[in-house]
Design a protein around this ligand. Sequence first.
Ligand code: NAP
Length: 292
Amino acid sequence: MQILNGLELSKTIKKEIKEEVDVMVQQGHRPPHLVAILVGDDGASMTYVNNKIRSCKECGYESTLIKKTSDTTEEELIWLIKGLNADNTVDGFIVQLPLPDHINPDEVLLAISPEKDVDGFTPHSVGLMTLGLPSYKPATPYGILKMLQRYNIETAGKRCVVVGRSNIVGKPIGIMLGQNKSIGNCTVTILNTHTPNIEKYTKEADILIVAVGRPKMIHGDMVKEGVIVFDVGITRVVDESAKGYHLEGDVDFDSVAPKASYITPVPGGVGPMTVTMLLYNTLLARKKSIRR
Ligand code: NAP
C-alpha cells in the first residue's frame, strides 16, 4: 500500500509555481493576483480561505481577502463581483462556498466572468470542461487528476466509482475520468443517495473516489484488493483537543488501507492539492492576461 501524499506533492507543485512566478516578475510583469471573497463567519470556510491566502504568499502571488458580513445582500455581492470582473489588477477570484441561505449561489456563479473563474465553477467553465476543451478545471477534481499523473497511475480501462454527485467534486471528476484523455478513459459510475446497495458498486471499483461528507462511511469490506482510493470528505468531528475538533474523511482508513494499492489520508491528501490547483489555475489566468 502506498500513501498518496497530497501534502508533499502540493509542496513540490507550489515550488514549481513559485519558480515560474519569479521568472515572470524578473521579466517585468506583476505576479498573479488572487482575490477571495468570504461572506459570513463560518469557521471551516475561514480556515479554507486563510489556507488559500497563505499559499498565495508561499508562491509569490498577490492576494486580497474581502470579508463581508453575513447580512450582505445578493445584490451587494454581485456588485462586488462585477467590480472584480472589470479590475485589470485581478487575475482570478473565488467566492468561498457555502454562502448564507438568502444568497442564491447560482446567481452568484452566473455573475463571475469566465476569464476570472479560477475555481472552474461557472456554467461556461463546466461546459468547456465537459466538452474536453481547455478550461479552468475545478480544483478538487484537478488535484485528483494531478495525483494520478504524478504517481504514474494508469487510468485507461479502469473501473472508476465516484460516491457523491456534487457540482464541485463528484460530477466533474466523473466526467474528467471518463474522457478520452491521457488521465481518463475510465468506465465511470457515479453514486448518490438513491443508489441501492452502494457496496455492490464500491466493491467493483479499481479507482474509488468518495466525496460525501459522512465520516468513515466506506469500510474495508466494501472495497476490493488493490483498489486506489481518493478520500475527498472532510468533516469536523468535535473532540476535547485544544482545537476542539479533528478532521475525518469519508473512508475508514484503518480497515480500507490494508486492501488498497494507493490511498489518500485525511488530512494531507486531497485537501492540500485542492488549494494548489487553485493557484495553478490563477497562474494560467495571469499568463493569459500577459498574452492579451
Ligand atoms: P455535497 O454537496 O455535500 O453532496 C454530497 C453528495 O454525497 C451528494 O451528491 C449526495 O447525494 C451524496 N451522498 C450522501 N450520502 C450518500 C450515500 N449514503 N450514498 C451515496 N451518496 C451519498 O458534496 P461535496 O461538496 O462534494 O462535499 C463532500 C465532502 O467533501 C464534504 O465532506 C466536503 O467537506 C468535502 N470536500 C473536500 C474538499 C477537499 O479539498 N478535500 C473539497 C470539496 C469538498 P444526493 O445528491 O443524492 O443528495
